[in-house]
Design a protein around this ligand. Structure first.
Ligand SMILES: C[S@@+](CC[C@H](N)C(=O)[O-])C[C@H]1O[C@@H](n2cnc3c(N)ncnc32)[C@H](O)[C@@H]1O
Length: 262
């Protein structure tokens, strides 16, 4: 992997997500699913609960939490994403505060939230450990983190290739971790994992590539990478073919509830 500075990665994320904000807001895969339901259930928000949704994207977690009556703040690096999320919440008659923020430098006071959520985003963060440390800082003692992201297979070679596959489609993909890797980062920040569950997400390949505007050459390279995949990567992504065409694959998302000790 080419080393990229935090500023380069963040610029890339803004460049990739800014023009595609409406696509993420409209994405059925982001808008619903058992993963979103589980995350919202684990967050256990309700009237008066102060919630921060980090890297809110199209705002799907923020909307689900606002519907519980929680007092929601949604932040993201990309201003256009916050605009799209704000529009969606307003369309559903819900409210939240929207703040531009980088995940490892959250502009909020210590112990100012009861719940922090972050879904399908931390693989973009240049400093995932810094993000979890910030989560621990802004949570009240006893506060909860509801976290979800992609995981990598346990075999190192396959893990590198799965990450490369994701990065080929979206260069702002920085790094995902295995279940153990994510768990270690969360625990190093001083949070205690109370629940951890893997949920499969099936991706229609064409739709997945189109959401990041992959051109024909990029689609071709993705096909090649999958065709050359070693066994561990294939077992992990379970590619589905129609003749020679890659139709779908799945990735496995880790959903975690962690708590800041009292
Ligand atoms: C796939 S979207 C998030 C999806 C959303 N959480 C959901 O559940 O639908 C990824 C988001 O991460 C944001 N992002 C990327 N890098 C970031 C960073 N370093 N700090 C904060 N947000 C970041 C992007 O702007 C983008 O909106």
């Amino acid at each position: 992997m080419t080393e990229r500075s935090a500023d380069e990665l963040n610029d890339l994320a803004r460049e990739r997500f800014g023009p595609r904000a409406d696509g993420y807001r409209a994405s059925a895969l982001h808008a619903a699913g058992p993963d979103l339901e589980l995350l919202v259930e684990l967050a256990a928000a309700g009237p008066g609960v102060r919630v921060l949704d980090v890297a809110t994207g199209g705002g799907h977690v923020a909307l689900a939490l606002a519907r519980t009556g929680a007092d929601v703040t949604a932040c993201d690096l990309t201003p256009e994403m916050l605009d799209a999320a704000g529009l969606m919440l307003a369309e559903h008659g819900c409210q939240a505060a929207f703040v531009v923020a980088e995940a490892s430098a959250l502009p909020f006071a210590d112990e100012s939230f009861d719940v922090v959520t972050c879904r399908i985003a931390a693989h973009h963060f240049p400093d995932a450990q810094g993000f979890f440390t910030e989560v621990a800082r802004v949570l009240v003692p006893g506060g909860r983190l509801g976290f979800q992201d992609q995981t990598l297979p346990p075999q190192p070679t396959s893990a590198v290739l799965v990450d490369a596959f994701e990065r080929m489609r979206d260069p702002s993909h920085h790094q995902a971790f295995s279940v153990d890797g994510w768990t270690t980062l969360i625990e190093r920040a001083g949070l205690e994992v109370e629940h951890s569950e893997l949920i499969d997400k099936r991706h229609e390949f064409a739709e997945w590539a189109a959401r990041q505007d992959c051109d024909d050459a990029c689609v071709e390279r993705l096909h090649e990478l999958m065709a050359d995949a070693p066994g561990g990567m294939r077992e992990w992504l379970e590619p589905e073919y129609d003749g020679p065409g890659l139709v779908a694959f799945r990735n496995r998302h880790l959903v975690v509830l962690a708590r800041k000790p009292e």
